[in-house]
Ligand binder design. Sequence first.
Ligand code: FMN
Length: 350
Amino acid sequence: MKFFEKAFPLFKNLAFSVDPERAHELTIKSMKMVGPWLSDDHESIFKDDCFRINAMGLSFQGPFGLAAGLDKNAEAVSFLTHLPFSFVEVGTVTPLPQIGNSKPRLWRYVEEESLRNSMGFNNLGSDAILKNITLSDRREKILGVNLGKNKITPNQDAAQDYAFLYEKFAPHVDYLVINVSSPNTPGLRDLLRDSGLRDIFTAVSLKRSLRPRPVLVKVSPDMSEEELSAVVALVKEFEISGIIATNTTIIKELGAGGVSGKILFEKSKKTRNFLLASLRETPQIELIGVGGFSKYDDLVDFWKNGGRLVQLYSAFIFQGPALIYNWEKKLNEDFKKVGATSFEEFQQSL
Ligand SMILES: Cc1cc2nc3c(=O)[nH]c(=O)nc-3n(C[C@H](O)[C@H](O)[C@H](O)COP(=O)(O)O)c2cc1C
């Protein structure tokens, strides 16, 4: 058993006895302190090339990634890349530093292994986060950055924020994500509709032609099929590399903010399956799955439907590093069972 797998239950008892946001801050601080002292994980099965997934011109060591919002300021990259994540997404970063919404803004639903947050893109801003990124040890893992607009930027100027961030971060990361699906910045989700997103894609594409990098767009589970289809059409038109599905969902009865974890799973899965079907004829466009994954069977179901890369957030909070070590073990056993020598072969065997 790995050290962090053993230490997690004790750590969780402590962390869950304090306010959720305070616990989060303490966790990031601890990871930031320990991270640089950790060695690469030589025991990881993902050292073996058969688990590689080639997507968007990048080569991922395996299918598991960390979703945006956990390491908003890129402070714990050295720790997180020590775990069997093949990719870590930091941010959301906005051009200027932002304090976010008023507290409390993070709530736990322990029984349901779910969270609700109304953070509102609290982050140190693009200068500080870029510095953290350039100083972090990525251990040959893939690093993505999730981009958002400042709250004070009116929607009609949002494209400028995204283009500015693309230009600033593209030389330093492996992929970038246009995030217009957070429920916690007033009016942000309106940008998912055609003209807002078209303006953003136009501005970002201009910068992208000078410094090409994979770009994805992160969508909301609260969008209708018509709205999703409009996004897919734009993604195809602008040769966007992929879609991340999904962000958190609004459940009014629970209160302000967005809900993640098990409660989100079915809604998020429905969005993912619709998108996977819409993208069947364009395999060069990747669909990264996120939203409520908490069991290995959830992943198998996603892989059966044609998805490959998955991201975690809430399940990682409730189950800790043991979750990814277990999934790594299970995937290895499954590969052996069917004698797969590549992810494609494994996927075909499902
Ligand atoms: C506390 C918290 C903060 C988050 N912040 C961000 C963020 O800044 N940007 C973003 O794109 N997603 C953010 N998310 C959404 C996650 O990246 C993910 O899409 C969502 O939680 C669903 O995955 P899960 O069910 O595995 O948690 C946040 C989620 C949580 C719980």
